[in-house]
Write a protein that binds this ligand. Sequence first.
Ligand code: GUN
Length: 296
Amino acid sequence: MTAKVIDGKAFAAKVRAEVAEHVARLREENGLQPGLAVVLVGEDPASKVYVKNKHASTVEVGMASFEHRWDATISEADLLALIDQLNADPKVHGILVQLPLPGHLNSELVINRIDPAKDVDGFHISNVGLLGTGQKSMVPCTPLGCLMMLRDHHGKLAGLNAVVVGRSNIVGKPMAQLLLGDSCTVTIAHSRTKDLAEVCKRADILVAAVGRPEMITGDMVRPGATVIDVGINRIERDGKAKLVGDVHYESAAAVAGAITPVPGGVGPMTIACLLANTLTACCRANGLAEPEGLTA
Ligand code: GUN
């Protein structure tokens, strides 16, 4: 069997086009423009690339983009004051503080200062709790993107065995909650799981988010399973720089029913979902109906 390749790049383009349509309608019918504020502290090169891409995508769908770039030496008090200011700004519907923050800043304190209704990353403790109890929340972008691709591929997910490999707060845990919300039977596995291959092999849906290059190999995949690869690992092979996922693509694709590639799978969905979350936040803030198909 050769797996169907789930094209995250094309899917993300479709999501961005839908968001853009909603944004145009909000402008015409309600005189509203969703706004996203992104806060970048310091000079981390990867973070600078992410923030640049976020800005370009935000503008492209017709939203307002507010960038706040601060020197790595900013004090915690000044950063918290900036967040208070963004919380109070009616033009700002979404706030994202790019992580990681420099070591002298307490990330949890900073993230939890964001108004939960504007927390488009879904990292605020209130949103984590709301998701965990099945209430309306802001959902982290990467797992939301994975959920959209899974729903698109399977239709209904109810009753399927889902195995999430990885237990991070950003991907593994919220992914498991979302799959549970769609009535999957969910197992969270991780680097210390006993008989990981055997656990993975039970999965109808296998989500790899461990951050270890090509750790999930074809022999760990149930024939016909859907494999979602969240990993982005930069490695060197044959003297060349290469981007690989947490899944060994070739061997897994030979067994799986469907699989996301790296690059071009989950990655592009993350920013598309950030825009979807900003749109959702704007609709909620103004008492308008939420965009269909763009939320959990
Ligand atoms: N750094 C890497 N990924 C992310 C993300 O999804 N959100 C934020 N805020 N920072 C990140």
